[in-house]
Unconditional design. Structure first.
Length: 265
């Protein structure tokens, strides 16, 4: 596995697009590490940014002119296209490292390669944790990345170091490989959580350890927005296969029970 190689990591000027739940969570650690942040978003997060000491831009051109070394895209999967397609890239002052953290990877890679000017580097990432699982630190939590188009190795190294220095398990893999594996793991977990939520499962005095774990799955997945869950399905081509496998498995299980019931009567 190759990593971005360079001498040493340094504090970065990072501009964040989409200052929602996940961006706010990431920015706390970035601020702690001494990076200089600024943000822009669809909604007005200026009050929160003021408390955090981060300049907040309502205007995308002014944000891009604010001399970022890294532009970190933290918008929802579903809104990526409408956020990046109209971006005035000519406002950028210098070649910049674009990084995305979307929970699907082929989709942002393809779209960003299409819209970014050729002199912009691109790193596609997926921190495999969030505000809940990462609330006590990032030690041993996985960080996936694909160096899609990297020329400034030192800058890429400094960005990746944000996660490696917190003790994350660093996983370099292709966006395609990520989407295959994430459909079988993260998407399946979220789907089961959403199904349990539709069933209104609630704790009872008789709960087994197994049920408590299931309940935790429900509780943690519904904390994420429905936009996020929809994005996992709509923009990961491997998720459809998983949904089909899940339906087939339910049918197969029901058939087996039916057969057993018939043979025991
Ligand atoms: P999310 O619902 O996926 O995204 C919320 C963000 O998207 C907010 O910044 C919101 O902006 C922006 N947004 C939504 N619709 C928009 C639109 N029509 N136009 C412009 N911006 C729009 O929730 P999230 O948990 O914060 O996730 C953000 C990104 O991080 C997603 O791509 C997600 O896949 C990824 N991610 C999340 C987690 C996690 O644990 N939550 C972990 C890893 C990766 P405003 O706030 O300004 O309205």
């Amino acid at each position: 596995m190759s990593t971005c190689s360079s001498s040493s990591a340094r504090p970065l000027k990072i501009g964040i697009i989409g200052f929602g739940n996940f961006a706010q969570f990431l920015s706390k650690t970035m601020i702690k590490q001494g990076h200089s942040l600024r943000a822009t978003s669809r909604s007005d997060h200026s009050q929160l940014c003021k408390q955090l000491g981060i300049p907040f831009y309502r205007d995308m051109s002014a944000f891009l002119e604010s001399d970022n070394e890294v532009v970190l895209i933290c918008t929802s999967i579903l809104s990526l296209s409408q956020v990046v397609k109209p971006m005035p890239f000519n406002s950028l002052k210098r070649p910049t490292l674009f990084v995305d953290v979307l929970s699907v990877k082929e989709f942002p890679r393809d779209l960003l390669l299409q819209v970014l000017p050729e002199n912009m580097d691109l790193l596609c990432t997926h921190p495999m944790f969030g505000p809940e699982s990462g609330k006590h630190g990032w030690q041993d939590l996985s960080f996936m990345y694909d160096r899609v188009r990297i020329r400034d190795e030192a800058l890429c190294y400094s960005f990746i170091h944000i996660f490696s220095s917190e003790g994350c398990r660093m996983l370099e893999m292709s966006c395609e490989e990520h989407d295959k594996l994430a459909a079988r793991t993260q998407f399946l977990t979220h789907t089961i959580g959403r199904i349990l939520s539709e069933m209104d499962v609630e704790p009872t005095p008789l709960d087994t350890k197994g049920f408590q774990k299931l309940f935790e799955v429900k509780e943690s997945t519904v904390k994420d927005s429905f936009d996020l869950f929809s994005g996992l399905f709509i923009h990961n081509r491997f998720a459809r296969q998983q949904m089909q496998s899940l339906e087939e498995a339910l049918e197969k299980t029901k058939r087996k029970l039916q057969e057993r019931m018939e043979s025991s009567t």
